[in-house]
Design a protein around this ligand. Structure first.
Ligand code: GTP
Ligand code: SPV
Ligand code: MN
Length: 614
């Protein structure tokens, strides 16, 4: 069969784009079509009419369930295969030419071997399905050097989700064509070809999953999964794994961070970037509703931050995404009203949440009152007595970011905003205080390099296991982890230390002596941010500990909270015995880097060992 994108063959194709004048792109699309053998090829224009048509098709096939229009306008629920619910780190590969360039934190396979493997997998993989071509840009179309990509996928659910998460369609294609731009080719298939007459399933996928990156080629191949970061290739695959390699080569930073603007009662504004591992609180902090008197918050992004040094020597951050792909459980009117208001405006795709009997959605933590009856994410009847969660722990809402009322106007600024503070944080029951100020920039990079967290449902595998997660980028660094830390040191070297952001380590998840959370979290985290910003201004007290400065009871604004001194001290405590254990963990972690550990990081470790020994 020959594929000619200019002769689209099905009804649904008619209003779409008719291929491209850009020979390089057309050649790649033709080559993929010849390999994957779809029933037709469709160029996504990103229009309103197009999405309506796709939604209609997805509803007819039972892939999307429309929700009650009065509650969630233009919104849908999708339910995945129970074996396709999260990123698959075990099946994620960085196929650099040399194995050592992938480093010890990544899976690696020889690129030519992997290409042969992928050719085999993709051969005929789209039979019986439509192949969608999605031109997209991460970041702004009018950025100095827009970062283009083209995702080819055989999943209309992916098209509908990419339309929310990235800027896609005809405007992007036009600019790619006009500038004959470089684009990252990102090929995705659910890996479930349909033979003649074969009935499709609601969530096609394959047991065999491969999420593969070729850093030198700057290309992405994803096979077998339809879920989140495995399939929406602009997100983790491009904006972190491939972008981190681009950033290394071009002198910038691609990070797993939210960006938040905070304004003080004196109307002074600050921008905070924060790196927390998956399902450790980025979206919640990004949509913070401050409880502390007089402070206001605006958001710029909840997951990815591309940072560059400006000519003035300061660090500027921009969110390259256009939507939120947020963890549903725990997102509620009391914990995250900004997210709830955004979601309620509609235009949202929910995946693996529970359904209420009146056409709405529900998940654990959405409301205090638990509905008496639900249909759980697997389609079974559910009651509070069922003894299992109604929504999958990694169920998600996918919502356009411009529906968030507190979105900052600066989100639209292609060059981003000046970052005043960087937080690194993880989910630790013990050891890590609520907040610790780094001694200096390198001490802060050390905090990032040794960041640790308990694993969550955002990735397949065991949850609750403590692992090191450098800068919350462990699953997302597209090259050697030691070189990545060196790159942080190198890009910032020679800059005026006064202009560098101040770095803090935070932990919203420490437990108190009764086993509950030692800190109320969510909106109350504004108190911690206030303390951090007052440290920058030289206005707040703190206590020196071997790991950095932690707040005193008096220095933290706890007005209106019933937190006792004892509870607060549980939250900010530096404990010798815990840190003796922690030090061992850090030493073991650094030993794994071998020669690629930056000299400055082993010096920082020596300094910490000395301070702890005193
Ligand atoms: P990814 O989208 O996977 O990168 O996750 P994320 O870092 O954006 O995490 P998110 O904000 O979605 O939070 C994940 C879970 O942590 C949710 O269940 C939240 O309710 C919970 N959480 C977030 N912030 C806090 C907090 O301050 N305290 C407590 N106790 N839980 C929190
Ligand atoms: C994460 O796991 O960090 C996410 C969700 O933000 S996913 O898009 O699946 O990567
Ligand atoms: Mn994330």
């Amino acid at each position: 069969m020959t594929i000619n994108a200019n002769e689209t063959t099905t009804e649904s194709n008619v209003p779409g784009l008719k291929g491209t004048t850009y020979a390089k792109l057309q050649a790649w699309v033709d080559e993929v079509a010849a390999l994957t053998q779809p029933k037709d090829v469709y160029w996504v224009d990103g229009s309103e009419a197009e999405i309506k048509r796709l939604q209609g098709e997805l509803v007819e096939k039972g892939v999307l369930k429309p929700l009650d229009e009065s509650k969630f306008p233009n919104s849908f629920a999708a339910f995945s295969d129970p074996a396709d619910v999260a990123r698959v780190e075990e099946r994620t590969f960085i196929c650099s030419e040399k194995k050592e360039d992938a480093g010890f934190t990544n899976n690696w396979m020889d690129p030519s071997e992997m290409h042969a493997k992928l050719d085999g997998l993709f051969k005929g993989a789209m039979r019986g399905r439509t192949m969608y071509v999605i031109p997209f840009v991460m970041g702004h179309l009018d950025a100095d050097e827009p970062k283009f990509g083209v995702e080819i996928t055989d999943s209309a659910y992916v098209v509908a989700s990419m339309r929310i998460m990235a800027r896609i369609g005809s405007d992007v294609l036009k600019k790619i064509e006009e500038t004959e731009a470089f684009f990252v080719p990102a090929l995705h298939s659910v890996g479930a070809p349909l033979e003649d007459g074969q009935e499709d399933v609601v969530w096609p996928c394959n047991e065999d999953k491969w999420i593969v990156h070729f850093p030198e080629e700057r290309s992405i191949y994803s096979y077998g999964s339809g879920y989140g970061g495995n399939a929406l290739l602009g997100k983790k695959c491009y904006a972190l794994r491939i972008a981190s390699v681009m950033a290394r080569d071009e002198g910038w930073l691609a990070e797993h961070m939210l960006i938040l603007k905070l304004t003080s009662p004196e109307k002074k504004s600050y921008h905070i970037a924060a790196a927390f591992p998956s399902a450790c609180g980025k979206t919640n902090l990004a949509l913070l509703d401050p409880t502390v008197e007089g402070w206001t918050a605006e958001t710029l992004g909840d997951d990815i931050n591309w940072m560059r040094f400006g000519k003035d020597g300061a660090l500027y951050g921009v969110n390259p995404e256009a939507g939120l792909f947020g963890v549903a459980p725990g997102t509620g009117w009391s914990t995250n009203p900004n997210a709830m208001r955004g979601i309620a405006k509609g235009n949202t795709i929910f995946t693996n949440v529970a359904l209420t009997d009146d056409g709405g959605v529900w998940w654990e933590g959405m409301t205090d009152e638990v509905p008496a009856h639900l249909t759980d994410w697997q389609g079974n009847d559910w009651t509070p007595e069922s003894g299992r969660p109604a929504a999958h722990p990694n169920s998600r809402f996918c919502t356009p970011i411009d529906q968030i009322d507190m979105l900052s106007d600066d989100y639209y600024e292609p060059n981003g905003v000046k970052i005043d503070a960087i937080l690194f944080g993880g989910r630790r029951k013990t050891t890590i205080p609520l907040v610790t100020e780094a001694r200096d920039w390198k001490g802060g990079i050390f905090m990032g390099a040794t960041l640790s967290s308990e694993t969550t449902a955002a990735a397949a595998g065991a949850t609750g296991v403590v692992r090191r997660d450098p800068m919350a980028m462990l699953p997302f660094i597209g090259y050697d982890a030691g070189d990545y830390l060196q790159h942080w040191l190198d890009t910032s070297a020679g800059h005026d230390p006064e202009k560098l952001p101040k770095i803090f380590l935070v932990n919203w998840f420490r437990r108190d002596r009764d086993g509950g959370f030692a800190w109320p979290g969510f909106g109350e985290n504004s108190r911690v941010l206030k303390w951090a910003l007052e440290r920058i201004e030289g206005k707040a007290d703190g206590v020196e500990t071997p790991i950095g400065v932690v707040p005193t009871f008096e220095s933290m604004d706890l007005t209106g909270l019933d937190t006792t001194r004892e509870q607060f001290e549980d939250a900010v405590k530096f404990d010798d015995a815990e840190w003796a254990e922690e030090l061992k963990g850090i030493q073991e972690w650094f030993a794994r880097f071998g020669d690629s550990l930056p000299e400055e990081m082993s010096q920082e470790l020596t300094r910490l060992e000395e301070r702890l020994a005193k």
